[in-house]
Design a protein around this ligand. Structure first.
Ligand SMILES: Nc1ncnc2c1ncn2[C@@H]1O[C@H](COP(=O)(O)OP(=O)(O)OP(=O)(O)O)[C@@H](O)[C@H]1O
Length: 637
């Protein structure tokens, strides 16, 4: 069967290199776009160990819960595929949509572990999920999310500091940054914001960010999807060049052009979860010819492969899969014999001790770098925080106008009660919703950067929270300063207590927002957040404890909203506040004594320390739960 692979010529269907030479330079099978010819391309990365990746009998089974059938449904997506991707080669996994390309790539990259069986080895050593193996590769997902508010150089510099740490000199890091940016053809875009880069430039930036740690293996999921033909050639040229420097480049590609197809060193074709071809791309058509599957003249071999893989041309895919298995086994036997005495084999045995020792930034530096990165982005996107602050000021002015002077007047005590409730509700909503909706968008970037070992989860989470807390506090305090004075609330120690309870209420709501954002998608978070806020807010305001049905009393007890709201009401009317002002025209002034109002509202015997403790406890609990949820999401895939 190996013969079937060997006795074949190059691609015959459509070879049109002449026509292409006007646009690109075909040299040693590399397509080099003209605009990439600059001296920086001579840059050579520091030498790293070459790593071959092999996999045997890999299966992947998905488990989904069927609501209609009310049971778990399992589906085998990969049916025991094997293969080998060598260093120095550009290996491409191809196949029709749903064939299992991304699943295979994710398993090989270690991005998916649940539901898969089989072995993945690096230079013959079985790979596990430990850091020492993860250091050897980088994974770039299909929809790579980048920090849109950073320029190319900023993004690269932050990444270099995080990934290369401080064990190497600043000069070395800057040299790496400049050289890699040049290598990827982004020299003209040093100070361009990522949001303004073209699709192809963004893909290259994503690759550049990962090249900083110079991983021997690079996994790319559909890196050319959505790019025009020139950007595609640009990317493929780059991958080929990176492979030729000794890396193992593995990517999935949907529908390459005939020219791109020729560039691949190794083609791994999947159909329906089985491998139907594993060999050089140039030998594909000859191989298929052996099964009497003939590619029509002037047909793109990549398109032809797709047609074959979906069962057109009267092909029995099982026959191709079996033949591929046989040829893989024969090739392996042959390789084992040849390698027996080779030097490379000796090197392979030393894989564990050979893993390079770049130490990433220490945790505290990771936090500082991530904090600074968030600050840079926040400053650049100043319109969003500015609008948030403006919204608080506007609502403070509206509330202040609607409820002006109600704080000191006995007859307007109910209006003031509504103002206090409105204040809590507003700050709980803004605290919660601002992070509930933005956090799910962060997840993709966090997943990629964390998986590629840029930083640990704790400094990341801390850097995000510590940007949000001061800003939410600033918004809340601005609102209070304006509305509190307009509504004529008491200006003594009560004001401090008022600020305290509204602030801890909004921060507790914010921590819930983080938890909801970390556990759900944006679509679900949009309604879960308000529903929970509504649910908790009825206790203590609409419902007094004595009116709450016994089965819901526990909700009354654990409601952080209730605890903070009661704190606010007691701050304003408790502590033996003197009689409120009653107009002389009033015949009867029911709430002259504020204690009477508190009694009627069932806000009596309130232990403020317990209320603070409850709110702070839920705040800590929610942040801990967010951390644990994220940790599980990032580490238990
Ligand atoms: N976690 C999962 N749960 C359920 N089904 C899954 C899961 N992952 C993949 N699948 C299914 O497995 C099949 C293969 O998916 P995969 O994304 O690997 O295909 P692909 O070849 O990369 O397709 P495309 O080119 O369209 O991205 C699809 O039918 C997909 O719905």
């Amino acid at each position: 069967m190996t013969e079937k692979l060997n006795n074949t010529g190059s691609l015959q269907c459509c070879q049109s290199s002449d026509s292409l030479k006007s646009n690109v330079l075909v040299n040693n099978n590399i397509i080099m776009p003209e605009n990439l010819k600059n001296p920086h391309y001579e840059y050579v990365f520091p030498k790293r160990q070459k790593v071959d990746l092999a996999f045997q009998n890999v299966t992947f089974t998905s488990n989904t819960w069927s609501i209609t059938k009310m049971k778990k449904e399992t589906k085998e997506i990969l049916h025991g595929v094997s293969g080998k991707f060598k260093s120095g080669e550009l290996s491409v996994i191809m196949g029709p949509s749903g064939a299992g390309k991304s699943s295979l790539l994710n398993i090989l990259a270690g991005f998916i572990t649940k539901g898969s069986t089989g072995n993945v080895t690096l230079n013959g050593v079985v790979r596990d999920q430990s850091q020492k193996f993860r250091k050897l590769s980088a994974y770039i997902p299909q929809d790579e999310e980048l920090r849109m508010g950073l320029t190319v150089m900023e993004a690269m510099t932050f990444a270099a500091n995080l990934k290369l740490g401080y064990s190497v000199s600043r000069q070395y890091k800057m040299q790496q940054v400049v050289e890699i940016v040049a290598l990827l053809g982004l020299s003209q875009s040093h100070h361009t914001l990522t949001s303004r880069l073209s699709g192809g430039q963004r893909k290259r930036l994503a690759v550049a960010l990962e090249l900083l740690s110079n991983p021997p293996i690079l996994f790319l999921d559909e890196p050319t999807t959505g790019l025009d033909s020139s950007s595609c050639s640009h990317c493929i040229y780059l991958f080929k060049k990176l492979a030729q420097e000794g890396r193992t480049i593995i990517c999935t590609i949907h529908q390459p052009s005939a020219l791109m197809f020729e560039t691949f060193d190794k083609l791994y074709a999947l159909a329906d979860g089985k491998c139907i071809y594993d060999g050089p791309s140039l030998k594909l058509l000859g191989y298929l010819n052996n099964f009497n599957i003939k590619c029509p003249p002037y047909h793109n071999p990549a398109d032809f492969l797709m047609e074959v893989a979906i069962g057109e041309h009267n092909v029995d895919l099982n026959v191709l899969a079996e033949a591929t298995k046989e040829s893989q086994m024969e090739a392996e036997t042959l390789e084992k014999k040849e390698k027996h005495c080779s030097l490379e084999h000796q090197d392979l045995m030393n894989l564990k001790s050979d893993i390079p020792s770049i130490s990433p930034a220490p945790v505290i530096m990771q936090f500082l770098l991530l904090y600074k990165r968030n600050m840079v982005e926040t400053k650049r996107n100043w319109l969003y925080p500015f609008n948030r602050l403006l919204a608080h000021i506007t609502i403070a002015l509206i509330f202040g106008y609607l409820y002006r002077g109600v704080g000191a007047n006995a007859n307007q005590i109910l209006a003031n009660y509504v103002y206090l409730y409105g204040t809590m509700l507003l700050n709980v909503y803004t605290g919660k919703m601002s992070v509930t909706l933005s956090f799910p968008l962060e997840m993709r970037i966090l997943t990629r950067e964390h998986f590629n070992r840029w930083y640990k989860l704790s400094p990341y989470l801390l850097s995000v929270i510590l940007i949000e807390i001061p800003f939410q506090v600033l918004c809340t305090w601005t609102y209070i300063v304006i509305s509190y004075s307009l509504t004529s609330q008491p200006l003594d120690f009560r004001a401090y207590l008022f600020v305290l309870f509204v602030t801890i209420g909004t921060l507790c709501a914010q921590s819930m927002g983080y938890f909801i954002g970390a556990t759900t998608t944006t679509k679900i978070a949009v309604f879960i957040g308000p529903v929970l806020a509504c649910c908790f807010s009825i206790f203590g305001f609409c419902l007094r404890r004595m009116d709450t049905p016994p089965m819901f009393r526990w909700l009354f007890t654990i409601s952080y909203f209730r605890a903070a709201f009661h704190g606010v009401v007691v701050a304003v009317y408790g502590f033996n506040r003197k009689d409120l002002f009653c107009s002389e025209n009033e015949i009867y002034c029911h709430y002259e004594d504020p204690a009477k109002f508190l009694k009627e509202m069932d806000i009596v015997n309130i232990d403020l320390v317990s209320n603070i403790t409850l709110v702070v406890f839920i705040w800590i609990l929610m942040h801990t739960a967010t951390y644990l949820t994220l940790w599980l999401k990032l580490n238990k895939r």
